[in-house]
Design a protein around this ligand. Sequence first.
Ligand SMILES: [Zn+2]
Length: 407
Amino acid sequence: MRMKTIPHYYDYNSAEPFKAAILEIRPFAADTSAVTLDATIFYPEGGGQPADRGAINGVPLLNVIEKNHDILHIISRENAAKLAPGAAELALDAERRRDHTVHHTGQHLLSGTILRMTGAYTLSMHMGEETCTIDVDAKELPVETLVAVEDAVQTAIEEDHPVITHLCPPENITAFPLRKQIPQVDEVIRVVEIQNCDFSPCCGTHLRSTGQIGVLRVLDAEKYKGMTRVYFIAGRRVLRDSRLLRRNADIISRALKAPVAETGAGVLALLEKTSKYEQKLKFFQEEDAMRKAKALVAAFAGADASSGMENTGGKPRVITASFMDADMEETLRIGKAAQSLVPAVLILASEPEIKFAAFSSAHGFDMRSTLKAALDANHGRGGGGPSFFQGMFEKLEDLHTFIAAVR
Ligand SMILES: [Zn+2]
């Protein structure tokens, strides 16, 4: 029978190397191998807590999982040859472990506090890379409640309640006032107690006392599938979050010349002002486009009259222009304005962008085949429908010869 790995992850959280022995290395799923050890300091994924990371003799762990009472240390297949059965040194990513332990213990305290203050049970938890969440069976938790919960959690952190792990045979489990349902197992159950706060069956890693959490922030809460999802962070994540927010708040404060406490209102006022300016700008842009469109249509009407082309003999009138200083956005505005003035095929180009747009308001005329042929002949690319077509060129000369050709 295979020897079961002795777990040391409940009592070992140091980055100092730990001596163990490799029992076996065998191929695992998709380009990975699984290493089994006689003893391990690596926590396997479970109970809402992600697996530890670290290295075995310098080979990095991709994951640690528990399968059929074995703890499997997953490494890449190409690294498998670097390990052999026998003595090995295990190195734990202690910073990651501490982060998980802080959040796990923080979650017990948060869930216990929410239950005590609101009567809502925690139904599930998730520990993410950025934030952690719990789903509680409350339709909603108002902001004032969340603030009160956060304050109560902080009080418990400052009072530094001991965290005690009880190893309990299943038949004695009813002795504990458990917050969570009793798991259906026939082996010893780990019950984690936060003194004066919470009893919960749990297989994760925990701190010695609540003071080690440092601080816990309830970030947000939202309705989720009839429950409320509460977002929180604890320990050093709060410090990193505070630094990030402060750095950004300082930038906004300097830009607005307003104190940090007033930056929110300042940004909203600025956005309102910008929106008014945008509306004004849009009005002037459209007015300007209409003026240019009228000038364009008038110029072509004059040219047609002087060359005796007033009667186009059933063919649609073609108006072309290549703007030296208009971008495509402006070119499109002029095109739309001109289209409203006269039934014609308009081919308007933006020289800075070496692009053109063609508009047809001439009834029943499909300009696609003509444009496509001229594009192909002049090294251009483009596409569109019977009444709107766009294209582009690498070189300005090609745009010019294209316009001359379609004219
Ligand atoms: Zn736990």
